[in-house]
Design a protein around this ligand. Structure first.
Ligand code: SF4
Length: 250
């Protein structure tokens, strides 16, 4: 029998996290259970599809903990959009909102020595861990049945690494991690559609000061990769560009 909490090692990329999630959702439907889920969200656009997809199966609380976001005004705007979206969406069950502390100092301490890493590299893996660890802690404190993050919806986020970190933290904190690869099943495409439906603010950089500078540089060089997790729809279909960017990131 499969150990759902087994930490993937070298074969992490071969694990089909979507299939694991599908199996769990089937079980929940069959058993008529609706567990609680603390859903870490990076931004409203990325959470839109995940909320639509999972609210039927879980009692969801969106957890907004993103000390990486620069500057403070951008952070505040993303929080507002997240709250607005939760209020506007017609979901199967009510969704709650929990904001973590905005503590950029923790992000900069974490990023020290990794400032020059390109987006998608080692700094990002540490950034995933920082945010997921806080989600695991909040899930433990709040007595949630599961925790997870919206981050895997982005074609530029490493779903294997996110799940590996999530499963490690799951063992450490004693809260099951909901493995996922939300970009599957056209999740990313649907998030773009929902962003349009709800008129969401879609930032053109991942969040931190370093990704902002990278986006700025790309704009100056007329490189169309102007966005990251929330790129323009036409960029979402550019598979070649995505794989090039991913291979730089590993
Ligand atoms: S690029 Fe995004 S994931 Fe990477 S460190 Fe910056 S905010 Fe975090």
């Amino acid at each position: 029998m499969e150990d759902k909490n087994k930490t993937p090692g070298a074969s992490a990329r071969k694990v089909n996290y979507q299939k694991i999630l599908d199996k769990l959702l089937e079980e929940l439907s069959r058993e008529g259970r609706r567990p609680s889920l603390l859903l870490h969200s990076c931004c409203a656009p990325c959470s839109s599809y995940v909320l639509e997809y999972l609210s039927e199966y879980f009692d969801i609380t969106v957890f907004y903990y993103n000390p990486n976001i620069y500057p403070r005004e951008e952070y505040a705007e993303r929080v507002r959009e997240q709250q607005r979206l939760i209020g506007a969406m017609h979901l199967a069950h009510p969704v709650h909102f929990l904001e973590g502390a905005y503590e950029p100092r923790r992000f900069y301490e974490m990023a020290e020595g990794y400032e020059a890493c390109p987006e998608g590299g080692e700094r990002c893996f540490k950034c995933y861990r920082l945010r997921l660890e806080e989600a695991a802690r909040a899930a433990k404190d709040g007595g949630f049945d599961y925790f997870t993050t919206t981050l895997s919806i982005s074609p530029l986020k490493n779903a294997g690494k996110l799940n590996e970190i999530g499963l490690e933290l799951s063992e450490e904190w004693g809260v099951p991690y909901l493995t996922s690869d939300f970009k599957k099943k056209n999740g990313y495409k649907r998030s773009v559609e929902l962003s349009e439906v709800y008129g969401l603010y879609r930032q053109d950089y991942c969040g931190c000061v370093f990704s902002r500078a990278e986006a700025q540089k790309r704009r100056e060089n007329s490189d169309p990769r102007t966005g990251t997790s929330c790129r323009r729809p036409e960029e979402a279909d550019d598979e070649k560009r995505r794989s090039e960017w991913r291979s730089e990131a590993v």
